[in-house]
Design a protein around this ligand. Structure first.
Ligand code: SF4
Ligand code: SF4
Ligand code: FES
Length: 247
């Protein structure tokens, strides 16, 4: 988010869409964005509210759908001493919320040659020895907007159970909120990434179905479907995307 406010638009806090004739009145609530109060729609996400207040998000937004992890946010609610964490694109505003975006959490990424590592505890000891500082406080798990069992995958890393680390960290979006809150200053998402690479290199089972599917693609079995998708208008494509079967 930029420090300075972008030029005022019809959506700014002083000139609201709901003030205009013919535009339905919206319920507004007050939140504090980077220490400054703003009236924003009660049904907005944090990201929507930041933009409604006139800020332009330059760093700290990507997919806007909860996948990329770019929009890590910390906030407090009135009367609650706890620092809460969330993704700005997926977390709704609440009256009196006081928030700041955290678009990047620094962490030292280990540099390694995957061919020289083995999928065992030695790789963890050598590349991410910080995991052995874990005090099992579970703060990382409570901070994770993806609902991952972060502490459990750190414990699995300590045991050298690479498959378990891969499995438990699979849906990590690398928002960095767990490592921001960890009292032992562990870089959990980076450990998860290394485990996924080790798993892919050494432990992954061969998939005969994948080979068949690649062969079918190469032989043009899906060319007609691709052509149909490429000819569709954005709205129709979007409708189809959201109606798809997902895991
Ligand atoms: S494990 Fe950490 S970095 Fe990954 S999504 Fe959860 S809080 Fe974010
Ligand atoms: S926050 Fe850090 S110290 Fe606490 S359980 Fe998670 S990894 Fe361990
Ligand atoms: S913008 Fe991608 S997760 Fe929020």
């Amino acid at each position: 988010m930029t420090g300075a406010k972008a030029e005022k638009t019809k959506n700014s806090s002083t000139s609201k869409a709901s003030d205009k004739p013919g535009v339905a009145k919206q319920k507004l609530i007050t939140i504090n964005i980077m220490g400054k109060p703003h009236k924003v729609p009660a049904d907005a996400t944090i990201m929507g509210a930041i933009e409604y207040a006139g800020h332009q998000i330059i760093r700290g937004a990507g997919c806007r759908e909860g996948y990329c992890g770019a929009c890590a946010t910390i906030y407090r609610l009135p009367g609650d001493y706890k620092i809460q964490t969330g993704l700005a694109c997926m977390t709704m505003v609440e009256e009196g919320m006081s928030l700041a975006q955290v678009p990047y959490v620094p962490g030292e990424k280990a540099i390694y040659d995957i061919e020289k590592l083995k999928p065992n505890v030695t790789a963890i000891q050598e590349m991410y020895p910080s995991v052995f500082r874990c005090v099992a406080c579970n703060t990382c798990t409570k901070s994770c907007p993806q609902g991952l069992q972060v502490m459990d995958y750190v414990q699995a890393a300590k045991r050298g159970d690479i498959a378990m680390v891969m499995d438990l960290s699979f849906d990590c979006v690398v928002c960095g909120l767990c490592m921001l809150r960890c009292p032992a200053e562990i870089t959990q998402p980076l450990v998860g990434i290394m485990a996924k690479r080790l798993y892919g290199r050494y432990l992954r089972k061969d998939s005969p179905e994948l080979a068949l599917r690649v062969k079918a693609v190469e032989e043009g079995a899906y060319n007609a479907e691709y052509a149909e998708l490429m000819s569709m208008k954005r709205e129709a494509l979007s409708k189809l995307y959201y109606a798809r079967d997902s895991e």
